[in-house]
Write a protein that binds this ligand. Structure first.
Ligand code: APR
Ligand code: PHB
Length: 389
């Protein structure tokens, strides 16, 4: 078959790009190696910047998010047993939207089906060909049959472990990486959130986060060792550990319950440069990873897609330049979000080798933060999301 843009990956990046391109009259196909059920079974973060909300609205998929999502005007940081509120709205005039990535993906899948746009799930062995030329192709296997897609562009939206970045010759790509010496053990439960807003906790036993998906569904995390096995963490052990990291009055209000999901995620910072290789364009986790502290992963995927949509739209309208600047524009925003996620991770976690000096630096920085409107504003403007330029 023939199309204009072959999108690899049906995560939020690929599906959002597909909707936006279709809106601009640009034909596209999405090729995804997993089933829709598998894609929807992955539990990820759930805090959207206004920029991401606007792009979802632009794509025509914002209705349920506005009905069911929870706008948050603030966020809390807890240290030395005290909770401190960062007034996001008061400091920046902006807020964030709490709405799970699973729901975003669901809405995008429904919209794609309703619009009758071509999507191939369980597309195996995707291979890219000729993206350095003007006639790229994508091959894949489905039910034992090989298919070929002739296209103008390939959008690599296939996540960190995908085939697109891996198809670029090593001499054309530079990668930067930092792996953190701990993980996050997450638990999802149908229990009311312990507090109306998110709480990021710095504690001598390790970081913790109280997050939520709705007024009746909570998502909690505790920093854990990378050697931990999730099977060794009973629900009770998780709740006990979480309580031990919260102030006593907050712990007393925590409603516990059976886990719906429990998993351990490693923390990594990663950037691949550039993001364009001839007619192959990377977006989202295919090009970069942030640690989850600050919830920038999905938001960066959305802003990449915003820049890519603009660039492709300009290209097809015959305008100059849009795609030439895609990589540079996207990376300028990505590096700032990488910095913020790294900073917040460094500030809030317990590092095995930090020593007493490192711990005192964290404490001093937290004490400074809550005594300085300027410092809180820096945190707030990054948390709600920097502007797309
Ligand atoms: N062929 C086809 N599809 C593939 C291949 C492949 N070889 N490899 C991976 N995929 C699919 C994956 O199965 C997945 O559904 O690409 C999709 C990538 O989706 P995500 O990993 O969700 O990445 P992205 O869309 O960039 O979304 C970024 O997800 O990981 C979080 O923190 C991140 O919130 C951010 C968001
Ligand atoms: C989540 O709700 O899963 C979540 C929220 C905020 C983060 C990370 C994860 O910083």
């Amino acid at each position: 078959m023939k199309t204009q843009v072959a999108i690899i990956g049906a995560g939020p990046a690929g599906l959002l790009l597909g909707q936006l391109l279709a809106k601009s009259g640009i034909a596209n196909i999405v090729l995804e190696q997993r089933s829709p059920e598998y894609v929807l079974g992955r539990i990820r973060a759930g805090v959207l910047e206004q920029t991401a909300v606007d792009l979802l609205d632009e794509a025509g998929v914002g209705a349920r998010m506005h009905r069911e999502g929870l706008p948050h005007d603030g966020v809390e940081l807890c240290f030395a047993g005290q909770r401190h509120r960062i007034d996001l709205h008061g400091l920046t005039g902006k807020r964030v939207m709490v709405y799970g990535q699973t729901e975003v993906t669901h809405d995008l899948m429904d919209a794609r089906t309703a619009a009758g746009l071509p999507t191939v799930y369980e597309a195996q062995d995707v291979r890219l060909e000729g993206f350095a030329s003007d006639t790229p192709r994508v091959h894949y296997e489905k039910d034992g049959v090989t298919h070929t897609v002739d296209c103008d562009f390939i959008a690599g939206c296939d996540g960190f472990h995908g085939v697109c970045r891996a198809s670029v010759p090593a001499e054309h790509i530079t990668t930067h990486e930092k792996v953190y010496p701990f993980g996050w053990l997450g638990l999802l439960s149908d229990t009311p959130p312990v507090s109306p807003e998110l709480i990021y906790v710095h504690h001598e036993r390790g970081f913790a986060l109280c997050s939520q998906r709705s007024k009746t569904r909570s998502r909690y995390y505790v920093q854990c060792s990378l050697q931990d096995d999730v099977a060794q963490w009973s629900d009770d052990a998780f709740w006990e550990e979480l309580k031990s990291r919260l102030p006593a009055d907050t712990a007393a209000q925590l409603v516990t319950g059976a886990s719906l999901e429990k998993s351990i995620a490693p923390l990594r910072s990663f950037v691949a440069e550039p993001m364009r290789f001839g007619r192959l364009l990377l977006a989202g986790d295919a090009a970069h990873i942030v640690p989850p502290t600050g919830a920038k992963g999905l938001n960066l995927a959305a802003s990449d897609v915003g820049y890519l949509w603009q660039g492709l739209t300009e290209h097809y309208r015959g305008g100059a330049g849009g795609l030439d600047h895609y990589s540079e524009r996207a990376l300028a925003r990505i590096w700032k979000a990488e910095r913020f996620s790294w900073w917040m991770t460094s500030l809030m976690h317990r590092f095995p080798d930090t020593g007493s000096f490192g711990e005192r630096m964290q404490q001093a920085e937290l004490a400074y933060l809550f005594g300085s409107t300027a410092a809180m504003t820096v945190l707030a403007e990054n948390y709600v999301g920097l502007p797309m330029r």
